[in-house]
Design a protein around this ligand. Structure first.
Ligand SMILES: *Cc1c(COP(=O)(O)O)cnc(C)c1O
Length: 472
């Protein structure tokens, strides 16, 4: 099992190397050279298995023997045993042939836990076997940082530095990052904006001496392993609802295009996926693309669904590679053009190829409030603002009513309590296992928006040197 870069100019790698490098050396993203195929009989045999058992069967061919079966199985089992619901990703019916898959029962209450909890374990396993360590650096506007911290706590071979803009993340999000008191975990409040945090991370990666001295790595959503692990819940939902006998559609609140791409990957592997509906908020570059074939940059405005407030979706490159028939040189040209002009136009033939599987729709903040209230009144379910977008676009793009459609609920309503309360009058409580979040002690460091100060801080604290930690 080999992986190739979408830009066609980086070495082919096996899974363990793809996991650790994240981004290919040519700036591209790794994709399987060939998609593993599952037969209808193999899907049928999954219908009665547990989430973890299905996960092992789906992930195993992609790992291609680079992690031993026993170790992989044990990591998967441990990962999903840590989720707060016995079904791991429960399906709830909210209408005729209309379902919600709750992907928010992980430790940080957002779907990113599904992949990151296992990616953290895979990193540690591969690093231990090689006798290496890494330093993970990331910037967050909320969900990713807490999911990465929870995923890497108590991992022997990983130091984590997560930068967040001071005073600009929600209180739940901040506390999920700052109340994890574990060796090697560093939540850093930066005196600046999210963009400043991202620029600091880039500065660390661009300093090649510093980068190699600390073996810097990232677990952002371009890492193939994250997409791979997300394929599992599409398979679980589909086989529970009658696949492969029956096709199933999905609606996905989309930002970086990583989640919905996993649904497309499931289809590439033989799953009977009918439609994939891409939901955007008013930052609607993807919606406009699927409408017109033109990808055109516009400014980003803050919305009630901050995890989808994105200018350019990094994982879209993997779909572009497929639309361009796997021609890496063509991807390079298209992207260079896009960077230069802020726009790219995909011709009709290629657009229809993508539209063969994808639909798209958008919802603004007023619509989000309306959907949260409507679904609550009709079903008693509380949706977070991101999940509300999924439910709405599922309804807007509903094709054949006989085909079940599953909306992915990507965050727990208690993660965005203000929006939910404004729409329904009900303030959703945190699940009991984290009800004490606001009583826990916060530990974090505060740094100026200054690359030299950050480098100095990392030098003093990396490699398990937590004695040097300067607490706040
Ligand atoms: C990250 C996130 C999204 C967007 O997912 P992508 O994979 O980036 O498309 C949607 N909803 C929530 C709650 C998220 O945290």
């Amino acid at each position: 099992m080999k992986y190739v870069s979408t830009r066609g100019d980086a070495p082919e790698l096996a899974f363990d190397d793809v996991l650790l490098v994240g981004l290919a050396t040519d700036g591209g993203l790794y994709v399987p050279a060939e998609w593993p195929q599952f037969s209808p009989a193999e899907f049928e045999a999954m219908a009665d298995l547990s989430y973890a058992e299905i996960a092992f069967r789906v992930i195993r061919p992609f790992v291609g023997g680079t992690i031993a079966d026993d170790a992989l199985k044990a990591m998967i089992k441990e990962t999903y045993a840590g989720f707060g619901h016995d079904a791991v990703a429960p399906l709830k019916q909210i209408g005729t042939n209309e379902w919600l898959m709750e992907l928010f029962h992980g430790p940080t209450l957002a779907f990113k836990d599904f992949a990151l909890q296992l990616v953290g374990r895979m990193f540690d396993h591969v690093l231990a076997a090689r006798g290496e360590r890494v330093t993970i650096i990331g910037a967050t506007s909320g969900d990713t940082g807490s999911a990465a911290i929870e995923a890497c706590r108590d991992r022997d071979n990983i130091d984590v530095y997560i930068l967040f803009p001071e005073g600009r993340v929600s209180e739940v999000q901040q506390r999920q990052m700052t109340t994890v008191d574990a060796a090697g975990i560093h939540a850093i409040a930066v005196d600046g904006t999210f963009d400043d945090c991202q620029d600091l991370v880039k500065a660390m990666f661009n300093d090649s001496q510093f980068r190699s001295a600390h073996n810097l790595s990232a677990v952002n959503s371009i890492n193939w392993a994250r997409v791979l692990i997300q394929i599992v819940y599409y398979v679980v939902a589909a086989v529970r609802l009658g696949a492969p006998r029956r096709a199933v559609s999905f609606a996905v609140p989309t930002g970086n295009f990583g989640n919905v791409l996993a649904g497309w990957a499931a289809w590439k592997c033989g799953l009977t996926v009918d439609r994939l509906v891409v939901g955007t908020n008013s930052n609607d570059i993807l919606f406009r693309f699927f409408e017109t074939g033109e990808m055109k940059i516009a400014g980003v405005e803050p919305t009630l669904s901050p995890s989808m407030d994105i200018q350019v979706s990094s994982n879209f490159e993997r779909l572009l590679f497929d639309m361009l028939d796997g021609d890496g040189a063509a991807v390079r040209e298209w992207l260079a053009d896009f960077r230069e002009t802020g726009a790219m136009l995909v011709d009709d033939r290629r657009l229809s190829k993508a539209r063969g599987k994808f639909d798209a729709a958008r919802l603004d903040d007023d619509g989000i409030r309306w959907v949260i209230r409507n679904v609550f009144e009709n079903t008693g379910e509380l949706l977070d603002p991101h999940s509300a977008i999924g439910v709405d676009v599922a309804r807007k793009c509903r094709g054949d009513n006989a085909v079940p459609i599953v909306s992915l609920a990507t965050a727990h309503p208690a993660k965005f309590p203000d929006a939910v309360e404004a729409a329904t009058g009900i303030r959703p409580p945190l699940p009991s296992r984290m009800a004490d979040l606001f009583d826990r002690v916060e530990t974090f460091d505060t740094l100026a928006n200054d690359a030299a100060a950050l480098q100095d801080f990392i030098r003093r604290t990396a490699g398990g040197k937590d004695a040097a930690k300067v607490g706040t």
